[in-house]
Design a protein around this ligand. Structure first.
Ligand SMILES: [Mg+2]
Length: 400
């Protein structure tokens, strides 16, 4: 007899107000762990109000059927609360399935095409995106008092030293966002020659000191209008970026297309989109150089692997986002090992060597700039048992 989903639990801790975990538990004792990030209350409500009444009592191994059913009449695209809730549940279902077959997730997906994959470092500080999101502000979270890697402060002030420290660890690609101050000052409608020069300086310092030993990505966080984005992208051509990410707000694709066609810099977008139709529209533009997806924002493992296959048919590589939580990093690593048109995995060393390890039982090992799957079945991670006993831990349960 097939197992049945008997309970769905959501777990939050106040210390990390953007993180939400979900446990899907079956009546044969199997379980899986999922995760999503941002607005956890809304995603949690969707899981208990809409997903649980459907999923309880169902065979947890029929992931494809559930993915189809949980794609709602509303909330089927973008990265809204319905999509984030569905994504977390999908990750948990894949973990449960792979664990119940006693295989690592990449094996359950059809096998790895590589044993490890190159990482790039997103140069955030330890507390970056750790506060409750305040729309449109607080993009920096500069906290020089913390004792971890303060890579955001470092890229603003000593990017060449930061690059040297990454190269020492074997990490040969880094992403920075020194244009954001200028964008905030003008709501993205103008950049002065002086601000442009200030924002270019970190890139130039890295190139001057380290030449082509370091690949550099410029993150623009969708903050610029069309003409100013073009100006910024054209300036970045001089340092030969690996990609320029999210030049304009992602609600008007012809604007994005215009920017991509106006610059020789490779343009990458996608982490704020969700569902395969969103990605089809991006690929149909025929002007993007890389598609990014966040598996916890875009529809889970099920949707991300389909998106990646679709991108492959366009001869476009993909990359999976990490700047959120450890379960997403581990699950993305499995998916990256399985995905032919993926050449690099994002990580944030300030999170990885900071707080990620305090929440889960293990992390995907990173050595000499390469990440590989953790030991064990499923994605390999469980929450640290003491998380559930913390006074600031809140668990909500829907059960048969
Ligand atoms: Mg990004």
């Amino acid at each position: 007899m097939a197992a049945k989903v008997s309970a769905i639990e959501t777990i939050r801790v106040e210390e990390f107000p953007n993180l939400l975990w979900v446990r899907v538990i079956a009546d044969d004792g199997s379980d899986g762990l999922g995760e999503t990030f941002y607005g956890p209350g809304a995603a949690e409500a969707h899981i208990h109000d809409i997903i649980a009444p459907y999923l309880l009592g169902k065979d947890p191994h029929r992931i494809e059927q559930h993915q189809r059913h949980l794609t709602g009449y509303v909330g089927f695209s973008g990265a809204g609360a319905e999509m984030r809730g569905r994504s977390a549940v999908d990750i948990a279902l894949w973990d449960l399935f792979a664990k119940s077959k006693d295989m690592p997730l990449h094996q359950a997906l059809g096998g790895a095409v590589r044993d490890s994959i190159r990482v790039y470092n997103t140069c955030a500080g330890t507390r970056y995106v750790q506060n409750r999101p305040t729309q449109g502000t607080d993009n920096f979270g500069l906290d020089v008092s913390s004792d971890g890697y303060e890579d955001l402060n470092a890229f603003l002030n000593r990017a060449d030293e930061l690059a040297a420290s990454l190269l020492d660890m074997g990490i040969t690609a880094m992403k920075i966002w020194p244009f954001d101050y200028a964008a905030e000052a003008t709501s993205g409608h103008y950049i002065s020659p002086r601000d442009l020069a200030t924002a270019m300086a970190p890139f130039e310092k890295i190139r001057e000191k380290h030449g082509d030993r370091m690949d550099i990505m410029a993150e623009l966080h969708s903050m610029w209008d069309r003409p100013t984005a073009i100006k910024v992208c054209r300036a970045l051509e001089s340092i030969d970026p690996l990609w320029v990410e999210d030049p304009v707000f992602m609600d008007h694709l012809s604007s994005l297309d215009e920017v991509a066609r106006a610059t020789a810099a490779p343009i990458a977008v996608g982490e704020t989109r969700g569902g395969r139709a969103d990605y089809r529209q991006l690929l149909e533009m025929e002007s993007l150089s890389l598609i990014i997806t966040d598996i916890a924002w875009g529809g889970g493992v099920s949707e991300a692997r389909k998106m990646a296959a679709m991108a492959d048919a366009w001869h476009v590589p993909v990359a999976f986002h990490d700047c959120t939580g450890p379960v997403v990093l581990a699950t993305s690593t499995h998916l990256a090992l399985h995905t032919t048109n993926c050449f690099i995995q994002e990580m944030v060393r300030a999170f990885y060597y900071g707080w990620y390890g305090t929440l889960v039982t293990q992390l995907p090992p990173v050595e000499n700039g390469m990440i590989r799957a953790p030991e064990g079945a499923g994605h390999g991670l469980s929450l640290q048992p003491d998380i559930l006993k913390r006074p600031d831990c809140h668990i909500r349960r829907s059960a048969l």
